[in-house]
Design a protein around this ligand. Structure first.
Ligand SMILES: [Zn+2]
Length: 296
């Protein structure tokens, strides 16, 4: 039966727009400064906060609102070599990949090579370090097969421009061909074959994006809406129950942050009881939920 499409038929674009409205802030907001596209009011307002003592409102605000970077690359799984996935990893794992491509001894310069016995496995294992999820990122065995021409022809664009659009709209995250390594089970390892950049052969096949979280809006980043970084911060000195938590967070490690703090603590955007990474793996899950309830 032929599909009827007329003036009543729902427009796919309109569905997408509505779906984007459903998750307005959970995709983060691009930081123009770190993505090298302009200046950023949020960064400007918190930049002097970073060297404040731990456990002070300014330092807590800094950790809540500072930019966080993720890396993206295309890959196939060896057990399903015709299905292209776009993989997201945290800053530490992505930096390990970049550093290893740069390191003469490790020499990962053929990480994305599509030919048999040249390209090799990228392995990422989700494990725990100091009580926090950590993504061990290392090189595996050589592949004894070529990446198919069909796959090479269809590698998605993950340029900064393409990512800015598809990640912020949430379109990439909703796709069946997207995987964030945080969704691995604890102690699970994923084995991937990294695919080359679709346009250029000799460039790193990986791109990064910096986003602000913590409920910051695009308008605040651009300076057209007021942003007071201290407005929603609970001062631990005046709030005994959260003081201990903040103190121990400051001393702990967490993947995805350049310093050693789960910046997501107390952030409604990150708090997700349906996400095992958050609810099962994080020792601060319960206290985080209480902090959010208190701030609400
Ligand atoms: Zn910024």
């Amino acid at each position: 039966m032929a599909k009827v499409k007329d003036e009543w038929t729902i427009d796919k674009e309109e569905v997408k727009n509505k779906m984007n409205e459903m998750t307005p802030t959970s995709t983060g907001v691009l930081c123009p400064r770190r993505n090298l596209t302009g200046s950023c009011v949020v960064c400007e307002k918190i930049k002097t906060f970073w060297d404040e003592p731990d456990n002070t409102p300014k330092k807590i605000a800094y950790r809540k609102y500072k930019t966080m970077g993720s890396f993206f690359f295309n890959a196939v799984k060896p057990e399903d070599p015709e299905t292209i996935l776009t993989i997201e990893v945290g800053w530490k794992s992505g930096s390990t990949i970049m550093d290893s491509m740069n390191d003469d001894e490790k020499d990962w310069s053929n990480l994305h090579h599509p030919k048999a016995n040249v390209g090799y496995e990228l392995k990422i294992k989700k494990t725990k370090r100091d009580g926090y999820p950590f993504y061990d990122t290392y090189k595996g065995e050589l592949f004894d097969w070529d990446v198919s021409d069909e796959v090479l022809k269809n590698i998605p664009d993950i340029s900064r421009d393409a990512l800015s659009k598809n990640v912020i709209s949430g379109e990439l995250q909703r796709s069946n061909n997207y995987f964030h390594v945080k969704n691995l089970e604890m102690e699970q390892t994923i084995t991937l074959r990294v695919l080359p950049n679709p346009k250029k052969k000799r460039v790193p096949p990986i791109e990064f994006l910096f986003r602000h979280w913590g409920g910051v809006t695009k308008e605040q980043v651009e300076g057209t809406e007021a942003f007071d970084p201290l407005r929603d911060i609970v001062d631990p000195a005046k709030d005994k129950s959260s003081g201990d938590v903040n103190k121990s967070i400051m001393d702990s490690g967490f993947d995805g942050a350049s310093n050693k703090t789960p910046v997501c603590f107390g952030s409604t955007e990150h708090y997700d009881p349906s996400d095992d990474d958050c609810s099962k793996d994080c020792p601060y899950f319960e206290k985080c939920g209480k902090a959010i309830a208190k701030a609400a």
